[in-house]
Design a protein around this ligand. Structure first.
Ligand code: NAD
Ligand code: IPM
Ligand code: MN
Length: 370
């Protein structure tokens, strides 16, 4: 099987972690019947500063022809906030209808979580973040800008179809996760009745009484089609508190774009930090390429030092391989990462070690197939 992977290394630590991700990809790709050709795209802050271009139409067209995209990070200290984030990252998520942002939160053995008394058995959830609506649509504007009477409006857009497809994805994922073994937070009684997984919807129905009323009604309707999945609801503020106090109560979380952005940085911390959190922006229908990237950004505070943790990017490669129909390679990537983390001998400074990005990447590659 021949596949083309578009690569956007981007800004800051992006190129460093992408290099390691691609090296791992090159090593494991032969395990499945897949051949991956890389197409590199020079996009990001440096390109913008040189040429004024963020995402030229020609690049968008070429990216559209790819089977998937691997992105490092965008965001440059010399470029005003929003130009690259909206013009590149969000543009791709929207243009390619990547309406699911899948963000696993899993604590690997050997990694310290700041949550006292919790371990890998307690921290294993997946956030299904709606990725094409809400405040991210960019609907809004100013009037009387720059005057004392200035008004700024930014509207959260929620559509029935958009909410429903996101929730259905979450329910199907909970079913899928429950296949191997039922979610640990279910009672014996529930498992006896055939329940296998749980979806927690996270919103703010007590304040956002229009938008999240739509979410709640849709949730209740969709849930009726999945009797083997338990439903749960948390307001987003309480969700943050419970993710810290009792992370074991979460299986699949379904939430809005903005809340999903926020709670997945919290989720990253539960699993050991930004350096470990992977994600996939998915177009489940495969009409357009899906895009895989670490949850973290360009990390300007550590950029250029060669010390960024590459594991979030490497785990994103694992998700990418699953998506491209290379499950053996995907599993191998996760196994090698688990091995390196359990051994604890190669850690970047964010995990309390002294290894470089390249050394951790090398350690993961050495652990492949062992
Ligand atoms: P950030 O995720 O870049 O950094 C937050 C903190 O986490 C920093 O202290 C950083 O050093 C640390 N960190 C991040 N990645 C790390 C890694 N791989 N290894 C070790 N430590 C790591 O968030 P920020 O500082 O708020 O944003 C910086 C820039 O990145 C901004 O321009 C922002 O818009 C952009 N951003 C882009 C993406 C993306 O491309 N997907 C995501 C988030 C932020
Ligand atoms: C993320 C980032 C992006 C988001 C920004 C950079 C647009 O924070 O991927 O989590 O808000 O989605
Ligand atoms: Mn974010």
């Amino acid at each position: 099987m021949q596949r083309t992977l578009g690569v956007i290394a981007g800004d800051g630590v992006g190129p460093d972690v992408v290099r390691e991700g691609l090296a791992v990809l090159g090593d494991v790709v032969g395990r499945d019947d897949v051949n991956i050709q890389l197409a590199h795209f020079d996009l990001g802050g440096e390109r913008f500063l040189k040429t004024g271009e963020v995402l030229p139409d020609s690049a968008l067209d070429d990216l559209k022809k790819c089977d998937a995209i691997f992105l490092g990070a965008v965001g440059h200290p010399g470029v005003a906030p929003g130009i690259l984030e909206k013009g590149l990252l969000l543009k791709l998520r929207f243009e390619f209808q990547q309406y699911i942002n899948l963000r696993p939160v899993r604590l690997f053995s050997g990694v310290e979580t700041p949550i006292k008394g919790k371990g890998p058995d307690d921290i294993d959830m997946v956030v299904v973040r709606e990725n094409n609506e809400d405040l991210y649509v960019g609907a809004g504007g100013f009037t009387r800008k720059g005057t004392p009477e200035e008004v700024a409006i930014q509207t959260s857009i929620n559509t029935r179809a958009g909410v429903e497809r996101c929730l259905r994805y979450a329910f199907r994922l909970a079913q899928e996760r429950g296949k191997a073994r039922p979610f640990r937070g279910l009672s014996k009684d529930e498992v006896g009745k055939g329940v296998r997984g749980q979806v927690t919807m996270v919103a703010k129905t007590n304040v956002l009484t229009f938008a999240h009323d739509l979410w709640m009604r849709t949730f209740n309707e969709v849930a009726a089609d999945y009797p083997d999945v338990k439903t749960d609801y948390q307001h987003v503020d309480a969700c943050c508190m419970r993710m810290v106090v009792s992370p074991e109560r979460f299986d699949v979380i379904a939430t809005t774009n903005m809340f999903g952005d926020i709670i997945t940085d919290l989720g990253a911390v539960l699993q050991g930090g930004m350096g470990l959190a992977a994600s996939g922006n998915l177009n489940p229908e495969r009409n357009f390429p899906s895009m895989f990237e670490p949850v973290h950004g360009s990390a300007p505070d550590i950029a250029g030092q060669g010390i960024a943790n590459p594991i979030a990017a490497i785990l994103s490669v694992g998700m990418l391989l699953d998506h491209l129909g290379a499950p053996k390679g995907a599993e191998e990537v996760r196994r090698a990462v688990a091995k390196v983390l359990a051994a604890g001998t190669h850690k970047t400074p964010d995990l309390g070690g002294r290894s470089t990005t390249a050394e951790v990447g090398r350690a993961v590659r050495d652990a492949l197939g062992t």
